[in-house]
Design a protein around this ligand. Structure first.
Ligand SMILES: Cc1cc2nc3c(=O)[nH]c(=O)nc-3n(C[C@H](O)[C@H](O)[C@H](O)COP(=O)(O)OP(=O)(O)OC[C@H]3O[C@@H](n4cnc5c(N)ncnc54)[C@H](O)[C@@H]3O)c2cc1C
Length: 351
């Protein structure tokens, strides 16, 4: 089997990369092992333009948003599904200090942040003592549909193999990639946390980070907004909500823990005034890294071996943008943003 690009992994990164390669009329094959708790299959899909206790805008968010909204909409028309939904975020201030911090930021980011007049409007649904602010320009990406629908599309075009990629079978000779019966010009790893074990990219400064989430049924909560009080709560289908998450840098395995479930259930009992039922509990590991910037581009020595990874907590906003950059780099020789290009780690990759 001959192809131009061999893509390993079909999370949100591999999905967008294969989409843009298809749009450029190039051939590709995606290999994915359908790991049920991969980061993209556990994530909520929230895009939040602000972050942290200081409520600052996230890295290059204006540029990302102006690119990714039309990109998701175009993908949605091609797949005939709703891929992205705009929802503002109701940020319940957990302490009076956080309310003051929010007020300060409202002055600087009036386009994004505001304090709604009616501060009592959620008092029949949530307990909150210090009011709430609202963050505009938040979105929820429909990962639950995008991943399987894209997968079925490329499967029916014979561009997808459901199997485990075994790196010991990879041979690269004279600028050609050989994997089992596949010959490709280039291979690009979009395999999430598994790249941290990959002999070509394991020296990149991955800082893997585990997160857990509960799925709850709660018909009394409106699906119109994302709600936040330390954790995020967002609707994923009628009456079903995703609640998460935590961030653990040390963990024995990638499985859900009793501790998270108990703590989060207690938290829900104190936050929600409406009945709820926990229906599922998930955990995954984020392909995060020390710098909080993605890993995009090609190995300095093996120039036909590339990576699109390191999306951390922001795969839904970073993956489409950088999948397009790496595609334009491959087809037109365009530059990859230096802060994201793996060439910044050339020295350690050549060790
Ligand atoms: C609890 C939690 C909540 C999150 N919430 C959000 C959120 O709201 N918004 C947001 O933007 N981000 C969120 N994230 C982060 C987001 O999930 C990641 O940034 C993103 O999913 C990374 O996508 P990826 O495609 O790079 O990697 P992955 O999603 O890990 O995809 C890798 C793919 O490669 C496949 N694979 C791996 N190894 C092999 C192999 N050997 N052979 C074949 N296939 C292989 C896997 O099956 C998988 O399909 C969250 C993460 C967690 C854990």
């Amino acid at each position: 089997m001959q192809t131009e690009f061999l893509i390993i992994g079909q999370g949100i990164s591999g999905t967008w990369l294969s989409y843009f390669i298809q749009k450029a009329n190039k051939s590709f094959i995606v290999i994915d092992n359908d790991q049920p708790n991969s980061a993209s299959r556990v994530a909520a899909g929230i895009i939040n333009p602000v972050t942290g206790r200081r409520i600052v805008k996230t890295w290059i968010i204006d540029e990302l948003l102006s690119f990714l909204i039309p990109a998701y909409e175009e993908l949605g028309s091609e797949l005939n599904i709703r891929t992205i939904e705009k929802k503002s975020l109701i940020d319940f201030h957990p302490t009076p200090q956080m309310k003051i911090a929010f007020d300060e930021r409202v002055k600087e980011n009036a386009d994004l942040l505001f304090h709604p007049q009616d501060q009592g409007q959620y008092q029949n649904i949530f307990n909150y003592d210090f009011g709430f602010g609202e963050v505009d320009l938040c979105y929820v990406v429909n990962l639950k549909e995008i991943l399987p629908v894209w997968r079925n599309k490329i499967l029916s075009n014979n561009q997808f193999l459901e199997e485990n990629f075994d790196i010991t079978e990879l041979k690269h000779v004279d600028g050609e990639i050989n994997y089992k019966n596949i010959k490709a010009e280039k291979i690009i790893f979009c395999d999430g946390i598994h790249s941290s074990l990959n002999p070509f990219f394991k020296n990149l400064p991955f800082a893997l980070n585990k997160g857990e989430a509960l799925l709850i049924e709660a018909p009394g909560i409106p699906s119109t907004h994302i709600f936040k009080k330390g954790m995020m709560l967002t609707s994923i289908q009628k009456d079903l909500f995703w609640l998460g998450s935590n961030y653990l840098w040390e963990f024995p395995n990638d499985q859900p823990t009793e501790q998270f479930r108990k703590q989060t259930e207690l938290f829900l009992r104190s936050w929600l005034k409406v009945p709820f039922k926990i229906v599922d509990h998930k955990a995954s590991v984020r392909p995060a890294n020390i710098e909080r910037r993605p890993f995009v581009g090609f190995h300095p020595t093996y120039k036909n071996i590339g990576i699109l990874n390191g999306m951390g907590t922001k795969g839904c906003s970073l993956a489409p943008f950088f999948a397009k950059q790496i595609t334009d780099h491959l087809i037109y020789g365009d530059q990859i943003l230096p802060e994201a290009n793996v060439s910044r780690f050339s020295k350690i990759l050549m060790r």
